[in-house]
Design a protein around this ligand. Sequence first.
Ligand code: 5CA
Length: 447
Amino acid sequence: MRLSRYFLPVLKETPSEAQIASHRLMLRAGMIKQQSAGIYSWLPLGYRVLRRIEQIVHEEQARAGHIAMLMPTIQSADLWRESGRYDAYGPEMLRIRDRHDRDMLFGPTNEEMITDIFRSHVSSYRDLPMTLYHIQWKFRDEVRPRFGVMRGREFLMKDGYNFDLTYEDAMHAYNRHLVSYLRTYERMGLQAIPMRAESGPIGGDDTHEFLVLAETGESEVFYDSEITELTFGARRIDYDDHAQCRAVLEEFTSRYARTDDTHDEAEFEAQVPQERRRRARGIEVGQIFYFGTKYSEPMGATVVDPDGNRVPVHMGSHGIGVSRLLGAIIEASHDDRGIIWPEGVTPFHVGIVNLKQGDEAADLACEQLYAAVTEAGLEPLYDDTDERAGAKFATMDLIGLPWRITVGPRGLKNGVVELTSRRTGESEEMPPDQAVTRLAQIYAGKL
Ligand code: 5CA
C-alpha cells in the first residue's frame, strides 16, 4: 500500500475524550471513529488489525476441530422466551419491533439460536461431539460504554458452542477450548492468564476468564506470580487427546489465579507464599463456560443415546472478545510515541520511508523494495508522501509497524538502507535485498 493513496486519518492532537492509552492511540492512528456511544466505524488501518485477529482465531479454531458458520445479528424474541432469558436479560438487551409488531432483538450472545439449529438437525449421539462457532457482531446496551473498543455496545465476538453426549465429553470440550485459547492469544503476542471466574448471565458451574494484565484493566485480579512464567510455546497438541488437554489445563490452572468475584483472601494466603502473591488489574479477553443442560433441556435439544434413550445434550460456550483484543494488545504493547504491534497482528509488516521523495535514486530503490517485500509474501506500507522525514517517522511510530526500512540518498551511495525495530529502536544498515531476506526470516512462522 502506498500512503499517498491510502486513507489514514491520523490526528495531531490527543483526543480529550479518551482516558486510556489504547483508546487514545486508536483514535490518533486513524483506526476507529466513534459513531455513537460505544459504537465505532473501523477505519482501514483498524479494520486490517481486526481481520488479522479474526484470521488467527479461525486458524486456531480449525486446529482444534471446531466448525465455522455464521448466525444473524437479529434474533427473534420467541427463542429467548423458550430459554427464559428474554425477561431475565434486562436492559442490556437491545429490543426491536419489526413492521409486523413482532418482538426481535439484536443478539448479545447466541446460546438460544445455536440450540435451535442443533435441535432442528441433529438427533443421534453419532453426530457428537460437535463444536460450532462464529465471529459476529453483538450488541449489549452497557450502562457505561468506555475505553473505546474495550467496552463497546456493538462489539465483535467469537462465540462457540459445544454439544456432547456426556459430562466427560463436555469437560473435554472445555479443556480443549482452554488449551486452544492459550495458543490463540500467544500468537497475538499476548499473555492471557486463565482465571477462575463467575458465570453471570450465561449461567453454569465451571468457567474461566482469560485476563491480560494491564493497569487500566477493569477487573481486579489475584494470582501466583509463577503463572506469568508459563508459556505455551511450540508444543504440539492432539486436541482429540483428553489426557493431553487436561494436563495442559492443569499446568495453566493449578496455581492460584482469580478475578475479584471469586477471590478468597484466606485461600490465597494459604496457597501462595507471600513473595509470590500478586494483586493487579486485568483486561478480560475471553471466557469459557460449561453449563450442561441449561439450554438443551428447556429447548428440547436431545439426541438418542447408544441405549436408545433420548437425552438432552451437554453444552458449553466459549467467547473471545475480538474487537476488545485490539485495545488489550495496545495496552500491553505501546510507548509514548505510539503503538508497537506484535508481528502476528500488525496491519502492515513493514513501513518503507523515503527520506527524499523525488530523488531519482531514492524513489527507484523504494519501488524496488516495495516489489521485493511484496514478492516475499509480506505487505509493506510505503510512505511516498512529500512530508519531511521527522513527520514520516512520527507517523510510522504512531501506527506501530514492528519494522521500518528507511531509504535515503546518502545511504544509497554506500549501497545500504536502514532496518529499524519499532520495539527496541535499534537500527542496522544493510543492502536492500538483505533487509528483505531478514524480514522474511522474522515473519516466517509468525503469519
Ligand atoms: N456466550 C458467551 C461465550 S460465547 C459469552 O457471551 N461470553 S462473555 O459474555 O464472557 O463474552 C465473551 C467476551 O466478549 C468477553 O470475554 C469479552 O472479551 C468480550 N466482551 C464482552 N462484553 C464486551 C463489550 N461490551 N465490549 C467489548 N467486548 C466485550
